[in-house]
Design a protein around this ligand. Structure first.
Ligand SMILES: *Cc1c(COP(=O)(O)O)cnc(C)c1O
Length: 387
């Protein structure tokens, strides 16, 4: 089976992890700050905190922005559930903004419409989480402009997008957001096995997120209420979690980051080839929004079902049966049983639901060979032609 995504682990990665195992620190040592420096150097953001997953990163980002009971968080339905769940962790209400027809990212016109309605009913969101689906940046300038008008905070879910660019600057620089979140799960672009990070340009937010990452505990006298009792002393000044990244993960992240640009350019070569090889088929190829350079975590096609004699499910199953490890990103979050229980209904976000009925993620990982890619194209062509 040609998988839809796959990590690359080199001898350099293995050596870096083994070195940590032989060192004095398995956690809370020197590698995590080195990894955070690498993320800052890559993105240009002022602050970076590595954590144990993007899910944790989204949670502490929401907490740092003061999201709580009575507040509202909006995101896109076409994302992994974690982009929405973080709002529920904080006791906030979650709602969604339907997707754009071309980019499949949060639609700016739907967002604007929904904000106007929310203003009229005094129910504006406190936080909005645009997700850079497949690695392609949302129209951040437009979202940022709306945030100034309607007073919400922005967390970019860039779990798919490290190494991508927006208006010629690295995604994660937080020029148009308060916080950006990355994921380092093995299927994503760079991996630390499990792991995530938050980026921000605000020292205040960075300090808060540092507290939430580690039990709400500080060793900084400036943040303490009492005089230090001695060198052992620390204070818990808020309720935090243990969301720390280990040294093993960070060491892996450091060596992976040195290859990030190669990873993304290899993905672009593959995407360009797919774009050329698939033009004749009854499918819609990924759309590239002007001013964006995708991280290309995913390569999503949409079936033009009117021109295909098979169902979406049949095409998907036949591809899998013939060794093509396709996948589907994502089941719209509002259609999940847990969210239906909260009151969402099928039909609430029609563009997202329509996308779900047509989308297929083709294999896309930077070590994929041309032979493997030819195989994907060949099988897909046969499956779609075979009426
Ligand atoms: C993978 C992913 C997450 C969660 O990442 P973890 O590191 O697995 O917690 C969140 N949002 C999106 C869009 C993702 O793809």
């Amino acid at each position: 089976m040609i998988p839809y995504g796959k990590q690359e682990i080199t001898q350099q990665d293995i050596d870096a992890v083994v070195d940590v195992l032989k060192s004095d620190f398995l956690t809370q040592g020197p590698q995590v700050p080195v990894f955070e420096e690498a993320l800052k150097a890559h993105t240009g953001a002022a602050y970076s905190l590595a954590v144990n997953s993007a899910t944790s990163a989204l949670h502490i980002a929401c907490l740092a922005l003061g999201l709580g009971k009575g507040d509202k968080l909006w995101t896109t339905p076409v994302t992994f559930v974690a982009s929405a769940n973080c709002g529920l962790y904080c006791g906030a209400e979650v709602d969604f903004v339907d997707i754009d027809l071309k980019t499949y990212n949060m639609s700016i016109s739907s967002l604007e419409e929904k904000l106007v309605q929310a203003q009229a009913t005094d129910s504006l969101p406190k936080v909005i989480i645009p997700v850079h689906l497949c690695g392609q940046s949302c129209d951040m300038k437009a979202i940022h402009a709306l945030s100034k008008e309607y007073g919400f905070k922005i967390i970019e879910d860039a779990s798919h997008a490290i190494g991508g660019r927006y208006l010629d600057k690295p995604i994660g620089n937080c020029e148009y957001s308060d916080i950006t979140v990355f994921s380092f799960h093995p299927v994503k672009i760079v991996t630390t096995a499990e792991g995530g990070a938050v980026m921000t340009n605000s020292q205040e937010l960075a300090d808060k997120m540092a507290l939430y990452r580690s039990h709400g505990i500080t060793r900084d006298q400036a943040q303490m209420q009492n005089e230090s009792h001695g060198d052992w002393y620390y204070e818990q000044i808020d309720l935090g979690y243990n969301y720390r990244m280990t040294e093993l993960q960070a060491a892996l992240g450091v060596t992976q980051m040195t290859r990030l640009d190669d990873f993304v350019s290899a993905r672009h070569k593959l995407a360009t080839r797919y774009n050329q090889l698939l033009t004749e088929l009854p499918i819609t190829l990924p759309y590239q929004l002007e001013g964006t350079y995708s991280g290309l975590h995913l390569y999503v096609i949409r079936l033009q079902l009117n021109n295909i004699s098979k169902t979406h499910r049949q095409v998907f199953d036949e591809l899998r049966e013939q060794g093509i490890g396709v996948n589907l990103h994502y089941i719209p979050v509002h259609t999940q049983p847990y969210y239906q229980e909260l009151g969402f209904k099928t039909g609430d976000f029609p563009e997202s639901e329509c996308y779900y009925q047509e989308a297929i993620s083709l294999p896309m990982f930077h070590m994929m060979t041309e032979e493997q890619q030819n195989e994907v194209v060949c099988v897909l062509s046969k499956v779609l032609e075979n009426k």
